[in-house]
Design a protein around this ligand. Structure first.
Ligand code: IMP
Length: 333
């Protein structure tokens, strides 16, 4: 089971885009699309005043963000408009106290991201304009992780299991997935080192004996499949009762060796991605979303020239032992 990265769930084809009343609304919609935050345009009107049983005033907020259950009314700095809108919002809150609504100025767009789980954008060194493309939003990741947890809990009904995570990219995915699985489970970690002469080796081995246990190997991303193939061979020798794989991301088109991945979070295109545990030279793991960075970011890290092509390509190639001339800890995982 897999979920290819769906643009359509968030981004609309041009034909489906609503006719916006104001250019600021189109701009805000593009901002939401970029961060893959789902939105609806003017989906509901709230009656505010009645006379003789007839509605004489109503308020239609510009946007509804279903993932946050939040209405957004955009406003400009023009004082007369602001005062009127404030009054309407106040009245709406009085009449419909369960409805969440914010009045938003253009300068506040980025500030509201923290409401949507994008908080650590502020605490990384990354500027929003250095992000080429957000591939998966925090909400999309969490939804999928919950689905995977449910599926795994069903498949392992009546059993307990050992989750084996491959450090360090697995940090956040394993923590979230483990909490979404409703079976008794133990957690253990492996870490690999890769050396051009000596090949892939285990740097940190499991603490637990997995003989006779149901083992679920949890990986951040499967690319060529070489890493996974190596780990599977090592673990199989230890004779677990069963051995399956759950990978958050699958770059299926990059596969060199066939590996049996039973649970896939998302099938993604062949682009170098960071965030939600995935790093480039140990950076960006704490981004709460998964994204492709602009070339300048890799260049700033002194690696844009490594292989040629785009910075992203350079980063992707850097993860491949065959292309790197000296000893490297290839993606510390
Ligand atoms: P494989 O052996 O080619 O399947 O590569 C798997 C490992 O490469 C992963 O566990 C990651 O550590 C690293 N990797 C591959 N693609 C990416 C990426 O897009 N971002 C970050 N790390 C990656």
């Amino acid at each position: 089971m897999t979920a290819a990265v769906q643009q359509s769930s968030v981004r609309r084809a041009d034909a489906q885009r609503p006719r916006f009343a104001h250019p600021a609304e189109a701009e805000f919609a593009a901002f939401l699309d970029f961060y893959r935050i789902a939105w609806e345009y003017e989906p509901r009107s709230f009656p505010l005043r009645w006379q003789d049983g007839r509605i004489v005033e109503q308020f239609t907020p510009d946007f509804y963000l279903p993932e946050q259950d939040l209405y957004v009314e955009l406003t400009t700095m023009k004082q007369s408009l602001v005062t009127r809108k404030h009054r309407k919002v106040r009245r709406l809150r009085e009449l419909y106290p369960h409805v969440n609504i914010v009045l938003l100025y253009r300068k506040d767009y980025h500030e509201i991201l923290s409401r949507f789980g994008y908080g650590s954008v502020d605490i990384t060194s990354l500027r929003p304009d250095q992000i080429e493309r957000v591939l998966l939003s925090p909400a999309e990741i969490q939804r999928r992780v919950a689905e995977l947890g449910q599926q795994i809990s069903t498949d392992y009904a009546g059993e307990s299991l050992v989750l084996v995570g491959v450090l360090k990219g697995i940090t956040f995915f394993l923590a979230d997935l483990a909490r979404a699985i409703t079976r008794p489970l133990a957690i253990d970690y492996l870490q690999l080192s890769r050396d051009l002469r000596e090949g892939v080796a285990i740097r940190k081995d499991l603490d637990l004996d997995i003989r006779g246990k149901h083992v679920l190997l949890v990986e951040d991303i499967v690319n060529t499949g070489l890493t996974l193939d190596f780990i599977m061979r090592v673990l199989r020798e230890r004779e677990p009762a069963s051995l399956e794989v759950c990978a958050l991301l699958d770059k299926a088109e990059r596969r060199l060796v066939p590996v049996p991945v039973k649970y896939v979070g998302f099938t993604i295109p062949n682009e170098f991605v960071v965030g939600y545990g995935l790093d480039y030279r140990e950076l960006y793991r704490n981004l709460p979303f998964i994204c492709v960075l602009k070339r300048e970011v890799y260049e700033a890290n002194g690696n844009g020239h490594l292989i040629g092509g785009t910075g992203q390509e350079a980063a992707a190639e850097a993860a491949e032992p065959s292309l790197v001339a000296t000893r490297v800890e290839v993606g510390s995982g």
